[in-house]
Design a binder for this molecule. Structure first.
Ligand code: HEM
Length: 343
């Protein structure tokens, strides 16, 4: 389709396709329509009870999830070399704000009440993402900048997708555990299931999708932890990300605070790779008071927390939600890129 110059027309047709249960628009190239009719079907192992538990989890833990997707997963993507380079040299790299908004849509859709129901949007979001990835596989190898530095001939393999997948649910769960956030067993299983379905809908073969949290942890130790590394492209991307809150009227969305949160969540090694400076107030405050803050918030502790620190963290979470919502202006439409970053 790219070579036939059909992408702009396909994007135009798909713009109005937004709901899982909606018929595909008329006029799509027939091979695309056939592929999408096939790819839009949920896997036979989809468990709607588990997906309902995932929604409960997202409702209860939405505040932490937003921050974790943003700082733990989002910033981690800049130290996944293959992802950082693909993002930097593809069209999306030229407008990171727009890209982040679209990626946030996936995080938002997956947690929504009707994510995989006919009136939800997650199947559509996954399929449009799958098409965007397919296009990147075709055009990114034509970028001389990307080809020069890439460690693979075609980007976004099944293995690459699973690496990025672990920067999402596995990393989120690791942090929730570290913070001692209580999680009901059925909700934790539901959260995993919603991401298993997502991996399938993004085109990952079932044989590569972890079947349990133990399997996910083991796979992450094998494929994610050892490959994290700084790259020129990732350092530039993280620099752009830390400035995204700049023009908003939200004092705590400043670069130093966002840097301190990143350092706290991803650790000193990764923060140093990304040249994120240490922050004298927020750094120590997070180290000493975030744990107690979570415990108080969860009703597990009611003493030992300075009121000012509690207020500050509350205010940070509140501003983050505003920041997130201001970026997530609906409707957001994921499109198939037909060119690379002009660089
Ligand atoms: C596009 C999610 C894996 C590279 C997108 C988009 C989403 C997304 C929502 C559409 C956003 C947009 O149009 O800007 C995901 C998820 C993944 C995953 C949930 C894994 C679970 C990967 C991997 C790579 C990658 C492994 C590279 C190694 C890209 C690129 C684009 C893209 C280059 C296109 C940006 C453009 O518009 O030029 N992805 N992705 N993704 N993704 Fe992924």
């Amino acid at each position: 389709m790219l070579d036939r110059g059909e992408i702009p027309r396909v994007n135009q047709l798909l713009r109005a396709w937004t709901k899982n249960g909606q018929p595909l628009p008329a006029g799509l190239p027939s091979e695309l329509r056939d592929f999408m009719e096939h790819a839009r079907r949920l896997p036979s192992w989809t468990d709607h009870d588990k997906l309902a538990a995932a929604v409960k989890f997202n409702q209860k833990r939405g505040t932490y999830l937003g921050v974790l997707y943003g700082f733990a997963s989002g910033m981690m993507s800049t130290v996944i070399p293959r992802e950082a380079r693909a993002v930097y040299y593809s069209q999306g790299g030229a407008d990171m704000k727009d890209r982040i908004t679209k990626t946030a849509k996936l995080g938002y859709d997956i947690g929504s009440l009707n994510a995989y129901q006919p009136d939800g949007e997650m199947i559509v979001t996954c399929l449009k993402t799958r098409l965007a990835h397919a296009s990147v596989r075709h055009i990114l190898p034509r970028s001389p900048w990307w080809s020069h530095v890439a460690s693979e001939e075609i980007p976004i393999s099944q293995a690459d997708i699973m690496v990025t997948w672990h920067s999402l649910p596995t990393t989120v769960m690791r942090n929730l555990k570290k913070w001692n956030v209580p999680t009901a067993a059925d909700e934790s299983a539901g959260f995993l299931h919603s991401w298993q379905v997502t991996a399938h809908m993004l085109g990952v073969q079932d044989q590569y999708i972890p079947k349990s949290w133990n399997a996910a942890d083991a796979q992450a130790r094998q494929v994610l932890d050892p490959i994290l590394a700084p790259t020129t492209e990732g350092i530039k991307l993280s620099d752009i990300l830390l400035d995204l809150g700049m023009n908003l009227d939200l004092t705590l969305m400043s670069r130093p605070v966002l840097g301190a949160i990143t350092r706290f969540m991803l650790g000193d090694k990764i923060a140093d790779w990304l040249h994120i400076p240490r922050e004298p107030v927020w750094g120590p405050l997070l180290e000493t008071a975030w744990g107690p803050y979570v415990a108080v918030r969860e009703g597990l502790l009611n003493v030992g927390m300075p009121r000012e620190a509690y207020w500050l963290f509350d205010e940070f979470l509140r501003q983050f939600v505003l920041f997130y919502m201001s970026e997530l202006r609906m409707p957001i439409n994921i499109t198939i890129p037909a060119a690379n970053n002009p660089h």
